[in-house]
Design a protein. Structure first.
Lengths: 321, 321
């Protein structure tokens, strides 16, 4: 019930379409995305990440994915009537065609975020710098932080500190971090990134996504990733509705996003699977990528948890390392 | 991923049958309770709360509830083969017949916990003292702390401090507290209860049950309530499996409880409802008892969240105060 007066610097980045698209192959109707935009705007959410801006030429397209996988400005313009909520897109290093990215003044997008592993930091900076020069707000989201050695991470952060990138993200890709880990990382990032603002992206494998995000918020982290009803890959993300309920900015309103859940998310959750599931809890505990859990859930053995646990904890059988 | 070396003082109290019984009217089969006991014992869980020890004479019995609602020692003896895991029962002030409670040396039970509102502290102490004199470990669980004024709570704690009760619980009945609130309460309880050990019981309305329990554990709180797969009233409790996964005591093992989830909990969750549900999130946010949310979920309007939100935030219509 704490009045979170220390979180008035925060902004919410709703990732429902982008991260949720990893669940349903971006099969969101135009009506869904329009309703989501309107509800986020009415709730006071600052950013909506409307998809990936990767190139179908550089990322093997299956031809079946929804349009939010390879965002096109002309299409976006037809779909969304821009109001206060800004639009964001994510790109992966090596999968974006620079020619696809217009000047911000000609684009519907405001923010472009570059996701990378620590080893690709130089490429991410190059890409982010290009977007910066084209007028966008920019972030670099270093994924899978829990598996990066400290010397490598220090080097990455030092490089980013000298770049024009606006915001650097702490990303808990495997949903394995707890509030103490977040505290450690925020302090570390602060020390190494004197000139940068910070962001956080969490996963809910251990039911700690929201607590981790709150911890980061109270330590001054500015951009908070979330998704409506927690929709996101595997265990999903921090629910947008919980941030709206808990952060006490007068601009925020919970009700419009409740309307979005009522109209779309309950039905969608019956068709698609995300949230607290035991195989995802197991990979989170083991600090592993959720792909093995997702594969298990897609198999006939989906509810055989002890067998999955045994495989995951018997390295020579399952991991091959 | 933190190694929780600071939590080696902790003990888990599994409340699946007792708090989960509020979901399914204690309709657990003998096989379910036996499997639960065996799995908790094999996982190293220290206590299993096997039900309520209220008297059917003093609490209006519907005649339909399972045997775990009104525990009988003779019945328990037939059902459970005691091993390491101790047995606990909860009683409500004013609903227990003292004559029903044997000497501990003649009983299957080890721990008796007295739940009360702050205003009933004197009665709770009287009852707890009686159990203490009959040889049991005892706790007092002060419910609905978020709605108690500070002067009243101070008086309650001072009285308990002078009693022979072993452990005092911080109970987040409405699932409205966050880690900062828990920190505040643990520090307050510590100051007022110099001679007592502490316990914590959380609810998951805001997806903070586990984070709140971890926070308490790290601050030295000893007894941690949980339930398998989070089964408990409305939004449910801290999942036992998450505590087993996260607390790094060598005695704990996750696998047996995963087996319990696999064998019983998935099917049970398909039949009965608990966990993160929007009406319970709304009552948690508003610091209200979940009964209105549970009533809404039992009605035809169960998925109309904005209507529920409007009613709950229009006091004269719904609350009558």
């Amino acid at each position: 019930m704490t009045v979170h007066s220390k979180t008035n610097h925060c902004k919410i980045v709703d990732c429902t379409v982008r991260d949720g698209g990893l669940v349903n192959n971006w099969d969101f109707s135009v009506e869904f995305v329009q309703d989501l935009y309107e509800s986020l705007n009415a709730s006071g959410v600052e950013y909506m990440e409307v998809g990936y801006k990767n190139s179908p030429k550089l990322l093997k397209s299956e031809g079946t994915e929804g349009p939010w996988r390879f965002l096109d400005d002309e299409f976006l313009r037809k779909v969304i009537q821009k109001k206060n909520t800004k639009l964001s897109a994510l790109v992966d290093v090596g999968r974006v065609d620079e020619a696809d990215v217009l000047l911000r003044s000609d684009s519907m997008l405001d923010l472009i975020r570059v996701a990378c592993y620590a080893r690709d930091t130089a490429k991410a900076i190059e890409l982010g710098t290009l977007f910066h020069e084209r007028g966008y707000e920019t972030t670099i989201n270093i994924m899978a932080l829990s598996g990066v050695m400290d010397n490598e991470l220090n080097e990455s952060l030092a490089m980013i500190n000298d770049s024009p990138i606006d915001v650097v993200y702490i990303v808990d890709s495997f949903g394995s971090l707890d509030p103490d880990d977040i505290r450690f990382l925020v302090e570390k990032f602060r020390r190494s990134l004197k000139n940068k603002r910070l962001g956080v992206h969490t996963h809910n494998n251990l039911q700690l996504a929201f607590a981790n995000t709150l911890t980061a918020a109270q330590l001054g982290v500015e951009l908070l990733d979330a998704s409506v009803y927690g929709m996101g890959r595997a265990a999903g993300n921090t629910p947008t509705e919980l941030l709206l309920a808990k952060l006490t900015r007068p601009e925020y309103s919970l009700r419009p996003v409740l309307g979005m859940i009522e109209k779309h998310m309950i039905k969608l959750r019956e068709k698609e699977e995300w949230g607290y599931l035991i195989p995802d809890m197991i990979t989170g505990t083991l600090d592993e990528h959720p792909r093995s859990a997702m594969g298990w859930r897609a198999s006939a053995k989906r509810d055989l948890f002890t067998e999955f646990y045994d495989k995951m904890t018997t390295p020579e059988v399952f991991h091959g390392n």
